[in-house]
Design a protein around this ligand. Structure first.
Ligand code: SAM
Ligand code: SF4
Length: 333
């Protein structure tokens, strides 16, 4: 019997699940983690590996074809291998299930073979600066070399590598051209991300480097060509003429991509969130533990999804005070 796909009121089919494996992280990026840290819940509130896999299986049965592991830092989980292997085994349900990982790149060394075995070949590594001293200031940890090395290894091992850089006014905007030049030299995909507001991250409109500014800066410096974007791409991609890789901007704030959104998020404590900007979440973990019907709850969440920006009427009027929701590290970026 065929299963009805997860289509919302606006006709968007939801085929992409982002699972946050943890709220913990070994870095302290200023734009993500509130300075005072995030209060962690007791162990029993978080999904075990078995529960992650049980929920993922339900989503795959409902038509999810792509799963990305994120966090917090997903690689701090000691049972990461069990989860990655369990997800790879879901290809018995969906043979073309695509698996990917978003990581800060500091802990990749021991898992390269595992990622290859699980065919988890699309990997996003976050790196906001090419300067070690600035890396320390932005993340509060001295791990620049480890991340830079990880990106080199990923390229050598022929992973599909995206480098995520959140642009922060006055902090790393002077490196836009350096990042783009790197994307021309190597087969990496640099994605500049517009700074988004989350609880405790000192966000303000004046801190954002908007999409159009990045493009103007890039165009003044390089000869660019447009790259065709896939239907669900969040970044509008460009290439320096003759370059090996690409660069793009994830313009969540100034040119959102809500119309083609196919994403569902699952937090580390087992809550489904239908939009990064929405405070609405629905607990799946407690009902799973009670043996209740999860499919119905998933459909309820998808049905409730707003057309744009989680129902925030006019995003341009947003102020820092409007954001009381979870910090990014607790949602899963
Ligand atoms: N720890 C992993 C990492 O850093 O890649 C995965 C989790 S992190 C929350 C996922 C992505 O969210 C990262 O690329 C990070 O740069 C981005 N991010 C975090 N806070 C953000 C914010 N306030 N605005 C925009 N992007 C943000
Ligand atoms: Fe950690 Fe990633 Fe957040 Fe940085 S962006 S604090 S690496 S979860």
């Amino acid at each position: 019997m065929s299963v009805q796909p997860l289509v919302d009121r606006f006709g968007r089919a939801h085929t992409y699940l982002r699972i946050s494996l943890t709220e913990r992280c070994n870095l302290r990026c200023t734009y993500c983690m509130p300075e005072e840290g995030v209060p962690l819940l007791g162990r029993q509130h978080y999904m075990t590996a078995e529960e992650v896999l049980a929920l993922a299986r339900i989503f795959v049965h409902l038509g999810v074809t792509k799963i990305r592991l994120t966090g917090g830092e997903p690689l701090v989980r000691k049972d990461f291998a069990q989860i990655a292997q369990g997800l790879a085994a879901l290809r018995d349900v969906s043979p073309r299930l695509s698996l990917s990982l978003t990581t800060n790149g500091t802990m990749l060394e021991p898992v390269w073979d595992l990622l290859e075995t699980c065919d988890m070949r699309s990997i996003n590594i976050s790196l906001d600066t090419l300067q070690p001293a600035k890396f320390l200031a932005l993340t509060k940890r001295d791990d620049f070399d480890a991340v830079r090395r990880a990106i080199d290894v990923a390229v050598q091992r022929k992973f599909r590598v995206k480098v995520n850089a959140v642009l922060l006014r006055g902090k790393n905007e002077d490196e836009i051209e350096d990042f783009i030049a790197w994307s021309a030299r190597e087969p990496i995909h640099v994605r500049f991300i517009e700074f988004m507001p989350f609880n405790g991250n000192e966000w303000g409109w004046d801190q954002i480097l908007p999409f159009h500014t990045v493009l103007e800066r890039a165009g003044a410096y390089f000869a660019l060509e447009k790259v065709t974007d896939d239907a669900h791409d969040t970044a509008r991609a460009y290439r320096v003429q003759g370059g090996q890789g690409t660069f793009g901007v994830i313009a969540s704030m100034t040119a959102p991509f809500c119309d083609t959104c196919n994403r569902i998020r699952l937090t580390a404590d087992g809550k489904i969130r239908n939009c990064l900007f929405s405070d609405d979440e629905l607990d799946l973990l407690t009902p799973l533990r009670r043996g209740e019907n999860i499919e119905m709850l998933i459909r309820q969440s998808i049905h409730a999804k707003h057309a744009r920006h989680g129902g925030v009427e006019e995003i341009s009027r947003l102020s820092r005070e409007d954001f009381t929701q979870r910090s990014m590290i607790r949602i899963g970026g």
